[in-house]
Design a protein. Structure first.
Length: 51
């Protein structure tokens, strides 16, 4: 999965909470929005440019 950019939007809660969303490319080339809660970026803050 490749992280393209990030935005702040709706809050997602689970084992933690975040309003950061990641726009990613998955191995088959499909793009998707995924809550940063489920993506290991090494940080709780944005690590990519804003979409």
């Amino acid at each position: 999965m490749t992280l393209l950019c990030q935005v702040r939007s709706d809050m997602v809660t689970g084992w933690a909470s975040t309003d950061l969303w990641d726009y990613v490319v998955v191995p088959d080339g499909t793009t998707a929005w995924v809550s940063d809660l489920y993506v290991e970026t090494g940080s709780n803050d944005a690590v990519a440019g804003t979409c």
